[in-house]
Design a protein around this ligand. Structure first.
Ligand SMILES: Cc1cc2nc3c(=O)[nH]c(=O)nc-3n(C[C@H](O)[C@H](O)[C@H](O)COP(=O)(O)OP(=O)(O)OC[C@H]3O[C@@H](n4cnc5c(N)ncnc54)[C@H](O)[C@@H]3O)c2cc1C
Length: 404
């Protein structure tokens, strides 16, 4: 059987990378897809799926080889995340979240701490959570008010973190705050969940993304040895941004995977359903809807692949392309899932039908890891900053444009 969406992106992968994608595809068909409704219904951390993804080497794609990982290119990770997004957002989020929550450790921990934590994080014996957002600092992330005050060889950390995925299950918390001594300096540290002064709330109920719970964290004078700092003092923001660029590419591919799944389901319904004496899918209005969805999705997949390639090459504009990919793919993902649900009528609204889950899950991709509005701001700001150093369009005559 062929798939509705073509496999052209697999052509750019190595044979080993293709094998991994194909293996995951089989797992999605046989285990992850059929279990997705139950995972959402249980709405506790999806341990079974997580362990399966560990066993099959999918979680390892985020980790360096020397600590048990495969250090995979984003070019292959987006294919894996897309496959998972097509059937189960929670499972896709287990892959993006494993990366987000550990990336600053990989990039910034001392060799000793990497040796202590990364093998366990890669094998799933340990869990981490990434604590950046606060009650007063979400989109405006530079207004963090978690303070780290130096006291001899320790930091005393005081603050509050909100919406933190995996906080309830994490052994280690990656906490980003600001130096009490220098307001302009951001610091990232590793804090064990059982450290005195750490309080983690109960799971906070939410609209979707069931199977990946969130909680709040209060840090009340938590003493943290400076050896648990990630990177140098002042590197905290750059480490967070590095993790977020990868996570944005992941959110984009998850949104596209889900939208691909939605189009598959809506198209199948359109051929099954008879009304007004013919199938729903034989109506031109329906075909045009499907044509728009598929065409835009293929364009967005190309943009996400470009962003992933730029990240893999270490290109300077990788972060801006990650913003464009996330903005485009997640806004499109929401629109496509909405239209797909519309095409399936009342059935789309039933809890038992996968599209209601897809619909609930789509929204967070537009909000987390920088909302669509934040990415528009970042992209727009970069355009007006760069244009003055760029080649002038040769159709213009010399002199200021205001002279026209
Ligand atoms: C399920 C879930 C999981 C999460 N997991 C984590 C996690 O693991 N770790 C973590 O640190 N954080 C996490 N977050 C937090 C998430 O990153 C933030 O919710 C997000 O960054 C937005 O911040 P906010 O919710 O405070 O919204 P606000 O900052 O209050 O923004 C509200 C709205 O205003 C819009 N807006 C902002 N600026 C502008 C502007 N200039 N112009 C126009 N509109 C604007 C935004 O787009 C947004 O829609 C999670 C959130 C959720 C819901």
């Amino acid at each position: 059987m062929s798939r509705l969406f073509s496999d052209h992106f697999l052509a750019g992968l190595t044979p080993d990378e293709r094998t991994l994608v194909e293996k995951l595809r089989t797992l999605c068909d046989t285990r992850i897809g059929p279990a997705a409704a139950r995972v959402a219904q249980d709405d506790v951390f999806a341990w079974d799926n997580f362990r399966l993804l560990v066993e099959e080497g999918i979680i390892a794609t985020a980790f360096p080889r020397e600590y048990g990982g495969t250090d995979s290119r984003q070019a292959v990770r987006i294919r894996l995340i897309e496959e998972l997004g097509r059937v189960c957002s929670a499972s896709a989020s287990l892959v993006t979240g494993a990366d987000l929550s550990t990336r600053a450790i990989t990039a910034g921990a001392s060799d000793e701490w990497k040796r202590r934590l990364l093998p366990g994080l890669c094998s799933g014996e340990l869990q981490a959570a990434f604590g950046l957002t606060e009650p007063g600092a979400g989109s405006d992330v530079r207004s963090l008010r978690t303070f780290m005050k130096r006291d001899g060889g320790d930091y005393i950390v005081t603050g509050e973190k909100k919406f933190i995925t995996r906080a309830g299950t994490a052994d280690w918390l990656v906490i980003v705050g600001r130096s009490a001594a220098d307001n302009e300096q951001f610091i990232a540290v590793l804090i064990h969940r059982d450290s005195p002064g750490v309080t983690i709330s109960d799971t906070v109920p939410k609209l979707g993304w069931y199977g990946v719970p969130i909680a709040s964290i209060v840090l009340d004078g938590v003493r943290v040895p400076c050896s648990q700092r990630l990177g140098a003092e002042g590197d905290g923001f750059a480490l967070a941004q590095d993790a977020l660029v990868r996570a944005r590419i992941g959110h984009a591919s998850m949104a596209l995977g889900r939208a691909i799944g939605a189009v598959e389901i809506a198209s199948a319904y359109a051929t099954d359903r008879n009304l007004f004496g013919r199938t729903l899918g034989s109506h031109q209005g329906v075909q045009w809807m499907l044509a728009d969805m598929v065409t835009k999705l293929e364009a967005s997949r190309a943009l996400v692949a470009t962003a992933a390639g730029k990240y893999d090459n270490g290109d300077e504009d990788a972060a801006i392309f990650a913003s464009m990919a996330k903005l485009h793919a997640t806004d499109l993902g929401m629109a496509v899932v909405t239209d797909a649900l519309q095409l399936t009528g009342g059935r789309g609204f039933l809890q038992d039908f996968p599209l209601s889950r897809f619909f609930r899950d789509a929204k967070l991709n537009q909000i987390g890891e920088g909302s669509s509005e934040v990415h528009k701001t970042v992209i727009g700001r970069s355009i007006v900053r760069r244009i003055k150093d760029c080649d002038r369009n040769p159709a213009l005559r010399d002199g200021p444009l205001t002279d026209y």
